[in-house]
Ligand binder design. Structure first.
Ligand code: NDP
Length: 337
């Protein structure tokens, strides 16, 4: 490949991020970043994906992009073209999520990228690039939440798990994994029209976004053995107030806000555990464990049902859509289209 397509975000006026705009450009290998002192790997990218953070980057919200020009895209999956690292050789299937790629370092919205070997995990055997990006950062985060519940000792016999932002990427993958593992899953969604979809993934009960956004009392009826929360703010506070004795709440998102209007009562009277989840800087061993579990515990038909492939050229519109909470499940990005 002498030249290839990439989505590049440039500032029209230097030093003014508000003037930044994205367009598809033709690049060559000479345009790709170099990483002096680190083993670099060149990857031909099959697919990337669209996450909430990508939506923020594409729409300029939250100052996600830290240097310009930038190739956004916090995920990529593809095949190694060349490698300076002993861990990878030409032809290997690899996945990259996080590490501030698509924020500080050039990311996945391109047909080819040069990245640091330390950022890559081997694609599990039997998992395609398309499936890996159907999972992506959102799905990896869902699995890290499930692992957090397990580490806290939560089992299906302890009671139901509540999943918020249910029809989004993190929520959809979490529901499918938890249902496969035998948990009873309640989905919180602002979109009642998605109940059939969420039931098909394994949700057995539903709550509305509105009822779960009401300010909670310090302690409410003990309901949940655990939670996967992608929303934050009042909804997270309500879930904490409703969590059973020694239950575990995994908090990974901020779709509803960054505040947490809670009290200490659930922690000191019920021993509730609040487990923060970060996928961006998660150590390699945690990532490899999560990807291995994703290969076995996320049913392929469920992943296919929640995944839609979109062309890279549609990303500006798709970025607006995910920020408006209008996308369902996971969007896989085809950089060749
Ligand atoms: P999506 O946009 O796919 O899903 C978010 C969902 O949250 C929406 O589909 C919607 O679900 C719900 N939602 C949207 N707006 C609001 C609102 N104002 N109040 C309440 N609910 C709302 O995003 P992702 O699944 O990719 O990411 C979800 C969250 O997790 C984001 O905040 C993201 O930043 C965070 N995240 C964190 C990671 C980490 O490492 N900690 C990694 C990946 C994501 P519904 O319509 O069903 O209500």
């Amino acid at each position: 490949m002498n030249t290839f397509n990439a989505l590049v975000v440039r500032e029209a006026e230097e030093g003014n991020p508000k003037s930044a705009a994205a367009s598809i450009e033709q690049l060559s290998d000479a345009d790709l970043p170099v990483y002096d002192g680190d083993d670099a790997v060149v990857v031909d990218i099959d697919y990337s994906s669209l996450n909430y953070k990508d939506g923020m980057a594409l729409t300029g919200k939250g100052r996600i992009i830290r240097s310009f020009p930038m190739v956004p895209g916090i995920d990529l999956a593809g095949t190694v073209v060349s490698s300076e690292s002993d861990r990878f050789a030409a032809g290997d299937g690899v996945i990259l999520t996080g590490w501030a790629v698509g924020e500080r370092f050039w990311g996945g919205y391109t047909q080819r990228q040069r990245v640091k070997a330390d950022w890559l995990v081997a694609r599990p055997s039997g998992m395609s690039s398309e499936q890996a990006m159907g999972i992506g950062t959102a799905g990896l985060t869902s699995m890290l939440c499930v692992l957090g519940l397990e580490a806290g000792g939560v089992t299906p016999s302890d009671g139901p798990i509540v999943v918020t932002g249910a029809a989004g990427g993190v929520g959809s993958v979490a529901i499918a994994i938890l249902a496969k593992l035998g948990f009873d899953v309640t989905a919180v969604t602002g979109r009642p029209e998605e109940h059939d979809y969420l039931a098909s993934l394994g949700a057995t009960a539903f709550l509305t976004r509105d009822e779960m956004s009401e300010a909670p009392k310090p302690l409410e009826a003990e309901t949940w053995a655990g939670a996967v929360d992608a929303v934050g703010s009042t909804m997270l506070a309500k879930i904490i107030a409703q969590t059973k004795y020694q239950g575990v709440v995994t908090a990974c998102g901020l779709a509803g806000g960054v505040d947490l209007p809670s009290t200490v009562m659930p922690f000191i009277l019920r021993g509730v555990r609040l487990q923060g989840i970060d996928s961006v800087m998660a150590p390699l061993a945690d990532r490899e464990a999560a990807w291995a579990r994703l290969a076995t515990d996320l049913p392929g038909d469920m992943l296919a049902a929640m995944t839609q492939i979109v062309p890279m050229s549609s990303l500006p519109e798709q970025g607006e859509a995910i920020m408006a909470g209008q996308t369902r499940g996971r969007l896989v990005v085809d950089p060749s289209a």
